[in-house]
Every structure is written in C-alpha cells, then in structure tokens.
Design a protein around this ligand. Structure first.
Ligand code: ME8
Length: 612
C-alpha cells in the first residue's frame, strides 16, 4: 500500500470516516491538505540530516546562541529556574571571553491551559497575570546578573507570527492532519500520555485517580478533535540523527535516555486543542476553532529569537538549548522532529541538567519547601548563590539544597580562601606602597637550583607555578565539557595552594629594609597577585561582580581581562609583566563577607575582619 494511502487510512481511523468517504477522499487533492503524495515525498528532503547543524561546531564559528527553557508563569520563579539561567549565563559569558559573538535568550511561556486556569484562580485577565509573573522572572534574572540579550514572551506579536509561519509550513508539507485524540492529558505538564505512562493513585480524599508516572501529576481522560503531527514517521530519522551525533544531547546519560525512547513506537502527537476548552493560546492558522498546542508554540520561541522566519540564518546554526531533565522528551524528540518536518536545521546541542531537591525532598508548593531565589540571593548575594549553584550542581545527578551547605561553602571558598588571600596580599601593613610589586628571578629562578644563595623558592612553590600555569587549559576543558563544578574545584584547589605558599613564606616576618628580604617579599606578593589575577579572570563567567571587584583592586583594566590575557607569571618565563610596578586599584572593602548562621538556618552577612 502506498504511503499516502496508509496515511489516509490512519487519519481516517481517527476521524471515523467510512470506506466510501475514503475513496472519495483518496481522489481529492485537498485531502488532509497534504498537497499530493509526490509533494509529501519531496518534503522528505527536509529530513536530510546533512543539512542539519548537528555537529558541535557551528558553520559560522564565531557565533554562539544559548537558550534557557522559557518558564511557565503560573507561579513565581524558584531556585531550579535560576539554576538553568545561571548555567546558560556562565556559558554565554565564557564564550564571549573566548571571542564569540554570543546571543543568550530566556523568557516566559505564557499560553496554555495551566496559565489560563492560574489567571482565572487569581481573578485576573490572562495577559496582566502573565505580565506580572513574567516581570518577576525578569527582575530575578536582572538582580542575579543573568546577562541575557533577549527576553522572549510567547504572548508577543513577533512570536505569534513565527508560530503561525511554522505551523503553516508543517501543514502545507502534509505533516499535520486532523484527527481525534483520545487519551490521558496532564495539565500541569501540558503533556499527552500513553497508558503505560500513567499509574493508579488516590487524591487527598482517597478518591482513585490516575497520575503521570514521570511527574506524579494527576491526569485526565480527554477526547477531542485535534490536529495531529506525524511524529511516528520521524522515528528512523531521529534515530539516525542521534546515532550520528553522540554529542547532540549531553551529558551521555540523557543521550542514552533519548535513544532508549526511540526504541519504542512513537505515536503521532496532538498539536492543537479545541478552542472552546483552551482559549489562551495562538489560534490555528485557518481554523479559529482550534488553538496551537502550548509545547509547539513554546518550542518555536528559540526560532523566534533567532529571527525566524525571515532572518534566522545567522543565529540558528549556532543554537544550544539548556534544559532540565523534565523536558528532555520535548527537546530531544518532539523539537527535532518538528524542525526536520519544517526543513529547518537541528540545534547544535541540547544540554540537560538534573534537578535540585531540598533537604532530600522534591521541591513542591504542596510541601512548602520551594526555595525562593530572590530571597536567597539577597541573603548570600547574587554571586554567592551563583557560585553555590555552579560549584555544587552536577548535570547528570540531582543535587540537594540546604542553607547550611551554602553558608559553609561560601565562607570557606569565597570569604576565607579567596577573599582572605586578596586581603593578605593587599593589606597596607604588608603592601604599604599599594603596588603590584616586582618579581625577582634570582629569588625564584626558572630552574630549581639547589644551594643557590638568593633562591628562596622551594619545590612546593614550583608545583604552585605549574598548577596555575595549567589552570586556564583545565578550566577551558571543564567548561567545554559542561563540568563547571570541576572548573571551580580546580580553581579552588589552586587558591588553597596559593594561601599555602603565602603562609609558608610568612612575608610579614621579612624585613622591608633589608634589600635581599625586600626582593623576596616583593616576589612573594608578585606571585600571589599573579595567581589572584588568573583566578579573577577565570571566575568572571561564574561570579561576575566578585571577579570585577578583585580585578579592579589589582588594577587590571576591563580590556585586559580576556582569555588571551591569562598568561601567568610572564616574568618567571623571562618576559615583561604589564602589571609590574602598577599602583593597585582603590580598596573597596571586603571581597566576600563571611555569612553568619542565624535561627531557622537563615544567615546574614557578618562584618569580616580586614588585615590592616
Ligand atoms: O517546562 N531543579 O517550564 P517550567 C532544577 N515552559 N531545575 C529545575 C527544577 C529543579 N527542581 N524545576 C524546574 C516548562 N527547573 C516549559 C518549558 S521550553 C520551550 C518550555 C527548571 O516553568 C528546568 O530547566 O516548568 C526545567 O526544565 C524548567 O525549569 C521547567 O520550567
């Protein structure tokens, strides 16, 4: 049987069409508005994976386009939302440092039943309700130094045009047909589920209900006339795409999950809802009785920001999506299938992260344990919270949040170790001239010469130089592998080594008036400040304000804070150091204040002591 005939039978089964209607339909060109079988076949060229930008290197190597999920506005932002944004922001800033022109998009997902219901419950008109919550996300992101270049709202006009265009392309190519969807629907997840994805449960009154196995949310049985997307036809192409691009979904754990899903049949996907049930959404082009399914609407946001439909050719090939594990299927299966159908290249990669739990439990409104990121960033500072999330967050495993852990980590790594080191090297008692002092090659010769009279450096000092010289390459490697926590662990290890170096040589015991002591004192400070300069530069994508404060104190101009300026201890290599002899920047206080535990695991910044 021809594929066309097969398609017709399938869709007619959904529509309960009789066999006489079938033969009439078979001869009607407008059937399914799928122009003709030959056009359906020719549209298969859109599966041409050779055209998709699926290798992790953009055709235009200088562009980088990173996105976060767009967040539902049915509730205020929580720590998980901020986490996605912080990961994307860190990668965006890192790529900018590496000389890329980077676009970074985030925003809010404002259509769908759950938003419609939330607005109704709040007694507000949907758009004002969406604007109010969307502003909360925006202001959280702004106060958390999320340096997005684009903030998209799906209720925007430009987005509506992009969705209408995208829909029309899918429809005209014959990938959308009208049928009847009958099955389970989860409104909180805005997701259709098969029988094997639901389980029996009881509501709080003991009444039997069905819930989604994955999210635990209650599902309802739904039967309505919908437009269906021919997802089932894309299984081979999706498999081919994933097999040929093992880095398309990262980390590997999630790549394997996506591959596993493709081992089973993929049912066609309902991509609209009846307008009488869902008004809050984009009407289906040419059929005002139907509303576009919120996930199709939402996914197109990434294209809208790239300039779709007219002008996306510059940015789209550089696209990477940061998403949580809960929405992997939408991004690794539905989205690539939609794009293949529309003849648009696939994104470069999908970066998936796991979830934050709170004191070992899933974060949920009903448990009352939702961590408010705005409140926490006021307590710990924006940089403090960013550092914690990136230092503790591991993409492929869930991480647990509790306040004590934040306080301990920030006090140890930012306040004591990093802040303490800066404080010690710039304290007026040890550095009265407030300069970046000179390095003396006799005290710290390139070769470790046993018994040399002026040499003061000991073998551990050479190990420090070795570690810090390697550091930028290691950080680069970890950033590229999306292991930001490892990059921070490596930096933190070097900061501790530098403190050890300072402590070992106790420069405060040296006599400034003795020329030999003075040369060594200056060398100790020079080495420590060089280390700090490297740490400050590398930490910019993670803690931008703290890094700025540190580098400003060292008098490193913004134009000297790039990756190419990371050359560590050039004087040791016999080259000039552009910072040697410079006056330090003004002292603007403590780099990172120690946090104090108060009742209820709350904390407040404590006055740290500064070395005079
Ligand atoms: O799913 N830990 O929006 P959403 C870490 N609008 N991250 C978490 C998290 C947790 N506990 N909980 C949520 C939607 N997230 C859709 C997306 S995209 C085209 C449409 C993060 O408001 C994580 O990134 O439910 C997750 O994927 C996202 O928030 C879901 O946000």
């Amino acid at each position: 049987m021809s594929l066309y005939r097969h398609c017709l039978i399938k869709s007619m089964n959904c529509m309960n069409v009789s066999s006489s209607d079938f033969s009439r339909l078979l001869h009607r060109k407008s059937a399914l508005r799928c122009r003709s079988f030959s056009s359906l076949i020719s549209s298969r060229t859109s599966f041409d994976l050779g055209r998709s930008a699926t290798r992790d290197s953009s055709p235009n190597k200088d562009y980088y386009y990173i996105t976060t999920p767009i967040f539902y506005v049915n509730a205020a932002p929580h720590i998980g939302h901020l986490y996605s944004a912080v990961i994307a922001d860190c990668l965006h800033r890192y790529k900018q440092m590496r000389g890329f022109t980077s676009k970074f998009s985030t925003g809010t997902d404002e259509h769908g039943l759950k938003i419609q219901q939330a607005a109704e419950a709040a007694g507000k008109d949907p758009l004002s309700f969406c604007t109010e919550v969307s502003e909360k996300f925006k202001s959280l992101f702004q106060s958390s130094q999320i340096s997005y270049t684009d903030y998209i709202r799906t209720t925007g006009e430009q987005h509506r045009r992009a969705v209408e265009h995208f829909w029309t392309v899918l429809y005209d190519k014959g990938f959308i047909y009208k049928g009847v969807y009958e099955g389970w629907y989860s409104t909180p997840d805005e997701s259709f589920l098969t029988e094997s994805q639901v389980a029996d449960s009881k509501d709080k009154n003991g009444k039997p209900i069905k819930v989604s196995l994955e999210s635990g949310h209650q599902v309802e049985w739904m039967k309505e006339e919908n437009y269906m997307f021919r997802l089932s036809e894309f299984r081979p192409a999706l498999l081919q795409w994933l097999r040929e691009n093992p880095r398309a979904v990262r980390p590997t754990k999630f790549y394997n999950i996506a591959l596993q899903w493709l081992q089973e049949d993929l049912p066609d996907l309902s991509v609209s809802r009846q307008r009488d049930r869902l008004q809050w959404g984009i009407p289906v082009p040419g059929d005002p009785g139907q509303t576009v399914y919120v996930w199709l609407d939402a996914l197109v946001n990434y294209l809208t920001v790239a300039g779709y439909p007219e002008g996306h050719s510059q940015w789209w090939p550089a696209a990477r999506h940061v998403v949580g594990k809960d929405i992997l299927k939408f991004h690794a299966i539905y989205w690539p299938a939609f794009l293949m159908a529309a003849g648009v290249p696939l994104p470069q990669a999908i970066y998936v992260h796991s979830h934050w739990t709170v004191s070992g439990q899933k974060m949920s409104k009903s448990l009352g344990n939702v961590v408010d990121p705005l409140e926490r960033s006021q307590q710990y500072t924006a940089d403090g919270l960013r550092y914690f999330l990136l230092r503790q967050g591991v993409l492929d495993t869930d991480c647990d949040y509790y306040d004590d852990k934040v306080i301990k980590l920030l006090n140890s790594e930012l306040a004591d170790t990093l802040g303490g080191l800066l404080n010690r090297c710039t304290a007026p008692s040890i550095n009265p001239e407030q300069v970046y002092p000179s390095f003396c090659g006799l005290c710290f010769p390139t070769e470790y010469v046993r018994g040399s009279s002026e040499r003061k450096a000991v073998p551990e000092d050479y190990r420090l130089v070795e570690s810090v010289s390697r550091l930028s390459a290691e950080v680069e490697h970890h950033f590229e592998n999306l292991q930001i926590y490892k990059a921070l662990e490596t930096v933190s290890h070097c900061v501790r080594q530098t403190n050890g170096f300072f402590q070992r040589h106790a420069p405060w015991k040296l006599n400034r008036n003795n020329p030999q002591d003075r040369r060594w004192l200056d060398t100790i400070l020079h080495v420590a400040l060089e280390c700090l300069r490297v740490y400050g530069t590398l930490l910019q994508p993670v803690v931008p304000m703290t890094a700025d404060m540190l580098l400003s104190r060292l008098s490193v101009k913004p134009s000297r804070r790039g990756w190419e300026d990371l050359n560590f201890l050039t004087r040791y290599q016999g080259e000039n150091c552009p910072f040697e002899g410079r006056t330090l920047g003004p002292d603007t206080g403590i780099l990172f204040s120690r946090l104090d535990r108060t009742e209820k695991a709350e904390c407040k910044p404590k006055k740290s002591k500064k070395v005079k």
